[in-house]
Ligand binder design. Structure first.
Ligand code: DAH
Length: 342
């Protein structure tokens, strides 16, 4: 029996030396220390050992058990350490010679145009504000001078929620809140997603993006409006653009305008983009109506301001030569990839 104990120890040491993974260690633990393991067998069979030797053999078997337990623990640690080192060695090997994956994603055209505009406006001292997508009827219509009986509501049918709120039809819906929040002087833009119940075609979508802007202070005039819009559009198209104002009707501005730019692609000679019209209608705008200022808590006798509502989707289409508005929301990779925007 004593010899057996000795040889079991040697055997266990040898086996442990050879193994390489945690599962093998577990197998060895079961082989020697498990319920039916070699060491346990010795302890179970003690009753068959001569009486005088029983105590000694029992002690030796217990020492053997402790020794094998220790050996197993040490081996486990060793394996863990080794696995960790291997991980470090193999991980984070970056092969900088691998060619760039051409299928990497890119920002959406609208996001690119939005960020570009935000940069330009912030450089001119405007802040960028958030608007909600779900709005109250008051903010979307009443507060911008479109009471419930106003025919202008017909042009902006939208999706109504059961609680009487709606999906905003225009970024103008944030005007009132922003005026109340900041008061005067105010220079802010607020880009956002808008919704309308539209019959869809190449230039009408139920979901589209606008960017609204407001500047309010003492003595703000149409000259300021023209200056900022010209500056902005020149930056967007990376060249000096010519602008013109035509009268346009929007209940929240008086006077109201349609701002056109001389087609930056053909310089007014006539092309596909301007449909040979030389001018492109780009940005409705105007001087903020006194009612709108008043509802925003601003005294129209003392302050004046301009507002505009740039069609972001429209601008992105122009910039990237996209001829169907529906492409922008389609999630169609075949179309988005063709835009090849880096
Ligand atoms: N909210 C208008 C629309 O969606 C666009 C607009 C026109 C905004 C004139 C303005 C503005 O701020 O002054 O049709």
């Amino acid at each position: 029996m004593e010899d057996k104990i000795k040889s079991l120890k040697e055997q266990a040491i040898k086996k442990l030396e050879e193994i390489k993974n945690a599962q093998d260690v577990e197998n060895i633990r079961v082989e020697y220390l498990g319920k039916k393991g070699e060491v346990v067998e010795i302890l179970k069979n003690l009753k068959n050992v001569e009486k005088e030797k029983r105590k000694e053999i029992g002690e030796k078997a217990n020492v053997l058990r402790e020794e094998i337990e220790k050996l197993i623990e040490t081996k486990k640690e060793e394996i863990k350490e080794k696995e960790y080192e291997d991980k470090i060695k193999n991980a984070e090997k970056i092969d900088i010679t691998v060619p760039v994956d051409e299928n990497l994603g890119s920002l959406h055209p609208i996001t690119i145009v939005q960020r570009e505009l935000e940069d330009i406006f912030t450089s001119m001292g405007f802040t960028v504000e958030d608007g909600n997508e779900v709005e109250t009827e008051y903010n979307n219509f009443e507060a911008v001078n479109v009471p419930h009986y106003h025919p202008a509501r017909d042009m902006q049918d939208t999706f109504w929620l059961e609680n009487g709120e709606l999906l905003k039809t225009q970024t103008s819906a944030a005007q009132n809140k922003i005026m109340k929040k900041y008061g005067t002087p105010l220079k802010a833009i607020f880009p956002g997603r808008c919704f309308r119940n539209e019959a869809l075609d190449a230039s009408h979508e139920n979901t589209f993006f606008q960017m609204e802007g407001m500047m309010i202070d003492e003595n703000v005039s149409i000259a300021n409006l023209i200056y900022f819009m010209k500056k902005l559009l020149s930056e967007v198209f990376k060249k000096e653009v010519e602008v013109r104002l035509r009268p346009g009707y929007f209940p929240f501005v008086e006077p109201g305008f349609e701002l056109d730019i001389k087609c930056p692609y053909c310089n007014g000679v006539g092309c596909k983009v301007c449909k040979n019209g030389s001018w492109i209608e780009l940005c409705p705008c105007g001087m903020i109506h006194p009612n709108v200022l008043r509802m925003g808590g601003i005294d129209p006798e003392k302050y004046s301001g301009f507002a505009f509502g740039l069609g972001l989707s429209r601008l992105a289409m122009m910039k990237y030569n996209i001829n169907d508005l529906r492409v922008l929301n389609s999630c169609d990779l075949r179309a988005l990839k063709q835009m090849k925007i880096k």
